[in-house]
Design a protein around this ligand. Sequence first.
Ligand SMILES: [Mg+2]
Length: 387
Amino acid sequence: MKISAIKAFPSRIGASSQLLLKIESDTGYYGWGASGLTSREMAVSGAIDHFRPWLIGKDPRSIGSIWQELYRSQYFEGGRVLAAAQSAIDIALYDLKAKALGIPVYELLGGRQRDWVECFASLPFGNTLQLIERAESLLSAGFTCLRLTYVNEQTMGDAKTTFDPRKNIAAVAKSIVALRQHVGQEPTLGFDYHHRLTTPETVSFLHRMPIGTLDFLEEPIRCEDPKAYATLRQLVDVPFAIGEEFASKWQFLPFLENGLTQFARVDVCNVGGLTESMKVAALAEAHYIDLMPHNPLGPICAAATIHLAAACSNVSWLEEVNTPIQDLGLCDPKIFPLQPRREQNRYPISDTPGLGIEVDEDALANQTFTPIEVPHFKRADGSVTNW
Ligand SMILES: [Mg+2]
């Protein structure tokens, strides 16, 4: 069997952009993958252009060898753009190989270890009333774990958006305390700060809430420096959920080895595909750390992550952004006629050969692509801060 074509589809789907990838073989079997570098799809598509010429003609079943060659057969190893391209290729190879063998992808990863994958619901909110209403809706829909994010919806998409961290931590902490009082002790509550804070701002934020209010905090500060997280880890006691931006097992390593994160937010479409995700899962398992997979893209990311979670023992919750309170259109059934179907707060494990995904290639091919641009946040004095 030989790879005969590699097609990249930078696409606008619903409220976001995605880069989908199709790998075809000379036997007629094909596979789909996706890259996770949202809003920079053209850079990833360019990386795929670099890889395509020497991938054509290779045996698509040699997934591990192709992973090593993609990563190491260039002087400049790794980085987020190349790893995102590599992720899409790796996932597509798993889909293709599993289809050719007539088995679901999880069988290539060691077989299934669970009957379903439980999800947390993403809950964006702008004020306390909205937070409580949306939480009630999600809890009544069957979710037991809610991951909150603060979104000032009036300013989303505005390139001049101002973010004042001190005002924000005061308002958000007050809202979360009110939510915990409202929903009681049973639901699991997390919050994602999208790396917008500094270390002292994070301490102030968490100290404004009683112990037991928040069960985990996602990305309070930027992730480049593990030592900054080591400092922060000593100052607060709420578990961290870090890693959705990491583009290799090596980026996870100091966070896992030194106890700097208590959940591994692996992103199968950014870290290096299923091949690298399984290695991250093994490193995390060695430290009794559960995966909490990042899953913001669409059905291919979701399907690949469900197969990963099916084959790993150490999984907490899979991220779910498509919920009764939020329809971003990322799973458009006209583009994805076959895709994972959530039942309440869980995804059943599909036994369909491959990922269990089908894509309408014609619907993608006819698009004029314009990538999204996320808000460019400034502090009140005009200085740049993270979105
Ligand atoms: Mg996050």
